[in-house]
Write a protein that binds this ligand. Structure first.
Ligand SMILES: NC(=O)c1ccc[n+]([C@@H]2O[C@H](COP(=O)([O-])OP(=O)(O)OC[C@H]3O[C@@H](n4cnc5c(N)ncnc54)[C@H](OP(=O)(O)O)[C@@H]3O)[C@@H](O)[C@H]2O)c1
Length: 278
C-alpha cells in the first residue's frame, strides 16, 4: 500500500493517478474526504499532517509514503511512520533548500529543510524532490485570464523555469516504486527559462486569445499576496523575482535523467490546462 499525502493537490493528484494506472494499491490522505475528487479504486482516508492522532490509521499497512510538506509536522509524522513499519518516504520539498549552508536563511527553504532533516535522521529510506517554480503558479493570475485579455503582474521580466506538475509526480512515482533512488536529492526544473512575459504570451497562444501584460507596481502586488501568504514567504518570493529580472533561470535536466525522456515544456503545460484557463 502506498499512502499519498497532498493527494488532492496538483502534484499529489498526479501521483495518485499514475500509481493507480500502474496498478498499485493507493491510499489518499485528505482533510476533507467529502470534497476530494479521487479516481475509483483509491482508498480515501481522513487525516491531517498537523493532527498526529489521525496518522496511525492512515499509515497502517503502508510501505511507502508520498509526503507533502506541512510546517512543523515532521516529528510526529516520522514517529508514526516508524511505528507503522513504513519503509520509504518520497518528500515534495523545494529547490529553495540549500545544502551549502548551516542555517537556511530563506523561510521557504527553512521549513522544507526542517522536514527533510527529520526524515533523513529517521532511518527511513528517503528521496527528496526539490522542484523550482511550478507551472501551476500561473493559477495566481488565471482569474484575470478568464475575466479579460489583460494580465497585471509585477516583475514582467523575472524568469523561472516552470516545471509541469506531472513531471514532478512522475519522478516521485519512480522513487516510490523503483529501487535506486534512496538518499537522492533531486533538484528539478522545467526545460527552459521563461519570463513572466513569455508565460503570459504562451498561455494566450494555448487558449487561442492574445493576452496583454500590464506591469503591476511590486508594492501593490505584495499587498495583494499578503492576503493569502505569510509575509516572510511573500518577501522571499519577491526577493527571488527581483533578483531574476534580466537573468536566465536555473535549468537542470533531472526529469530527463530519471525518466529517460525530456521534461514537458511550459507550452505543453498550457495546452494541457487550456480548458482551466479559458
Ligand atoms: N508552487 C511552487 O512554485 C513550489 C515550488 C517548490 C516546491 N513547492 C512545494 O509544493 C507544494 C505545493 O504542492 P501542490 O501544488 O501539489 O499543492 P496544492 O495543489 O496547493 O495542494 C495542497 C495539498 O496539501 C494538502 N494539505 C495541506 N495541508 C495539509 C495538512 N495539514 N495535512 C494533510 N494534507 C494537507 C491538501 O490536502 P487537503 O486539502 O485535501 O487536505 C492538498 O492536497 C508547496 O507547498 C511546496 O511545499 C511549490
Amino acid at each position: 500500500m502506498i499512502l499519498v499525502t497532498g493527494a488532492t493537490g496538483n502534484v499529489g493528484g498526479d501521483v495518485v493517478g499514475e500509481l493507480v494506472e500502474a496498478g498499485h494499491d493507493v491510499r489518499a490522505l485528505t482533510r476533507n474526504p467529502e470534497r476530494a475528487k479521487l479516481p475509483p479504486g483509491v482508498e480515501v482516508v481522513r487525516g491531517d499532517l498537523s493532527a498526529p492522532e489521525t496518522l496511525p490509521a492512515a499509515l497502517a499497512g503502508v510501505e511507502a509514503v508520498f509526503l507533502y510538506a506541512v510546517p512543523g509536522s515532521a516529528p510526529a509524522f516520522v514517529r508514526a511512520a516508524l511505528d507503522a513499519g513504513v519503509r520509504r518516504v518520497v518528500m515534495l520539498s523545494s529547490l529553495a533548500v540549500r545544502d551549502d549552508v548551516e542555517v537556511q536563511s530563506n523561510p521557504i527553504g527553512a521549513f522544507h529543510a526542517e522536514i527533510e532533516d527529520a526524515v533523513a535522521a529517521s532511518g527511513l529510506e528517503w528521496t527528496f524532490l526539490r522542484p523550482g517554480a511550478f507551472a501551476t503558479n500561473v493559477y495566481q493570475w488565471a482569474g484575470q485570464v478568464k475575466a479579460g485579455d489583460v494580465v497585471r503582474l509585477a516583475f514582467p521580466d523575472a524568469a523561472t523555469a516552470p516545471i509541469h506538475e506531472a513531471d514532478i509526480a512522475a519522478v516521485g512515482v519512480r522513487a516510490l516504486t523503483a529501487d535506486g533512488h534512496a538518499g537522492a536529492k533531486y533538484p528539478m526544473t522545467g526545460p527552459e527559462s521563461l519570463t513572466h512575459r513569455d508565460q503570459v504570451r504562451i498561455v494566450g497562444e494555448a487558449i487561442g486569445r492574445p493576452l496583454r501584460l500590464e506591469e503591476l507596481p511590486p508594492d501593490l502586488a505584495r499587498e495583494q499576496m499578503l492576503t493569502r501568504v505569510p509575509a516572510p514567504v511573500v518577501d522571499s518570493l519577491f526577493a527571488l523575482m527581483r533578483a531574476s529580472v534580466g537573468q536566465e533561470a536555473y535549468v537542470i535536466d533531472t526529469v530527463e535523467k530519471v525518466l529517460g525522456r525530456p521534461a514537458r515544456t511550459f507550452a505543453q503545460w498550457a495546452a494541457d490546462h487550456a480548458d482551466d484557463l479559458r
